[in-house]
Design a protein around this ligand. Structure first.
Ligand SMILES: Nc1ncnc2c1ncn2[C@@H]1O[C@H](COP(=O)(O)OP(=O)(O)OP(=O)(O)O)[C@@H](O)[C@H]1O
Ligand SMILES: [Mg+2]
Length: 493
């Protein structure tokens, strides 16, 4: 089979950071190729080199047999390369039609806007992937999964031969992932090649024909997926061996009740009752739309409750903002690092300590810089944020490392109750294992923890018990001994 892409010895540095140290990547026409590796190993960087977004310091790029001494974004698109980024680069305040037809009209330099023509182009685009969507809807009103499909439809309009998807399943539910995989299969049948970045083992094995693994800016291995095992995959990625059956639960003493929730309601859920104890890790699981995210927001002051009560260490509380909840001892690690909570141009230090500036200030009211630096340095180390310097802007970190900063920031508030919504979304296998251990350690120090997650393995590995939510209500509870993949699947309905 011919190659659609062959890049050789690609090098790229940012200041003193050698992100790519001579990377090779070869993709055959018509295959689905997975690119994997730990957070910060250079996956997004190589993609940006291929798509002409970064100029490499060295190496060669060949697409469909043609050599590109200088690759620009326009050349890449002409060569048939399309990247579906995580933010999808679509315009939220335009309609589906406008988003789809925009490029075409620009490309054809049509001065007059022809509504009929717009609609025809848009219809053609969505029909290519059998995507059923209201073309007149504003994109901002659509679910994430639909935005992604709009980006894919648009890529096809540009005659994409190679579609690159950087962590496309991060924000999708299981159902949406299956729909995406069906579409990938269909694209493949139509001769489109897919390069797919994912941290999720089961997905990689389900969807890919071949795999390339990178570590620290270098190639580790490239081979057909059929020659790879999960164990080998994890080892090549991390250089570490993990006990796959590590569901061992450290014996912790469950302490006094810390958070008691009674008849708690807000838009998205109602009549929620539970008691969370010191040293306990409570799972909250359910499909998207089950109310799990809204519950985490209401508990941490980001969504106004409409009924019921919350008691923190015996005292009735209600919070009008996240910072008030934080002061009282409840911290949230939100689900979506890209839109909730990080100040990308600001330094890692500032992002971690932003919620603590009050405490760290001196009597005179100004911030004790040394203290801020020391404290954030210790969190950067504890959580394993990969960076040369914690005064670098957060925007220079890889996606998974940005997620770790969100976690570090919540921990820096020394919460009594720590609520994590999707604590390991976007982080690699090794970091996931480390974060799970950190949560267990925090619990053994007495922190009361809520893990909101639809990752069954995560709930089993970390939680002492789990509440199952459906349609805004708790519909089941599984104790420690009952926490198995089978029971969780059965309870979720
Ligand atoms: N603009 C930049 N300035 C400085 N360093 C950068 C920049 N972009 C990337 N880096 C660094 O290059 C390395 C590779 O980053 P990259 O984003 O390619 O990782 P990744 O493999 O995509 O990781 P993840 O799985 O977390 O998304 C990281 O060390 C990152 O901090
Ligand atoms: Mg990345």
């Amino acid at each position: 089979m011919e190659n659609i892409l062959s890049v050789k010895q690609i090098k790229k540095s940012f200041g003193g950071v050698h992100a790519l140290k001579g990377v090779d990547l070869t993709i055959k026409k018509g295959e689905t190729h997975c690119l994997a590796g730990e957070n910060g190993c250079g996956k997004s960087t190589i993609i940006k080199v291929i798509s002409g977004f970064y100029k490499p310091d060295g190496g060669t790029i060949e697409i469909d047999g043609k050599n590109y001494p200088v690759m620009t974004p326009a050349e890449a698109i002409k060569a048939g390369v399309q990247v579906i980024y995580q933010d999808f680069s679509i315009f939220p305040n335009l309609t589906v039609i406008e988003n789809l037809a925009f490029n075409q009209v620009l490309a054809n330099k049509k001065k007059l806007v022809n509504r009929k023509e717009f609609r025809r182009i848009a219809e053609e685009a969505v029909s290519k992937i059998n995507f059923d969507v209201d073309l007149d809807a504003l994109v901002e009103t659509l679910p994430v999964a639909d935005k992604q499909l709009i980006a894919i439809s648009r890529a096809l309009l540009d005659n994409a031969k190679l579609i690159i998807m950087d962590e496309p399943t991060t924000a999708l539910t299981k159902k949406e992932v299956s729909r995406l995989f069906e579409i990938i299969d269909q694209l493949k049948k139509n001769g489109v090649t897919i390069l797919f970045v994912s941290h999720k083992l089961d997905e990689v094995f389900e969807i890919s024909d071949s795999i390339t693994i990178m570590r620290s800016g270098e190639n580790v291995i490239s081979c057909p997926t059929s020659e790879m095992t999960e164990e080998k995959f994890t080892y090549y990625m991390t250089g570490r061996h993990f006990d796959a059956n590590d569901t061992e639960k450290t014996q912790r003493t469950i302490g006094k009740p810390v958070l008691e929730v009674n008849g708690f309601s807000a838009p998205g859920f109602e009549d929620i009752n539970f008691t969370l104890h010191a040293g306990e890790i409570l799972g909250v699981t359910g499909q998207l739309g089950s109310g799990r995210t809204e519950l985490s927001l209401a508990l941490s002051g980001l969504l106004k409750p409409t009924g019921g009560s919350m008691r923190l260490e015996g005292k009735e509380v209600s919070f009008s903002s996240a910072s008030k909840a934080q002061k009282a001892g409840i911290s949230l690690v939100p689900e979506d690092r890209l839109t909730e909570g990080l100040f990308l141009p600001q330094s890692i230090v500032d992002n971690i300590t932003v919620t603590r500036l009050d405490d760290l200030g001196t009597a005179a009211g100004y911030v004790n810089h040394e203290k801020v630096l020391n404290e954030s340095a210790s969190w950067v180390k504890e959580i394993g944020v990969a960076t040369k310097d914690h005064t670098f802007p957060v925007s220079t970190l890889s996606g998974g490392n940005q997620q770790k900063v969100v976690l570090a920031r919540a921990l820096a508030t020394h919460p009594k109750v720590l609520i994590l919504n999707g604590p390991t979304v976007g982080v690699d296998i090794g970091a996931k294992y480390d974060i799970h251990n950190l949560l267990k350690q925090l619990a053994s120090e007495g922190v009361a923890i809520i893990v909101v997650s639809d990752d069954t393995a995560e709930v089993i590995a970390t939680c002492d018990r789990a509440l199952i939510m459906q349609n805004g209500r708790i519909t089941g509870e599984l104790g420690k001994e009952e926490l198995t993949a089978q029971n969780l699947a059965a309870a979720a309905g």
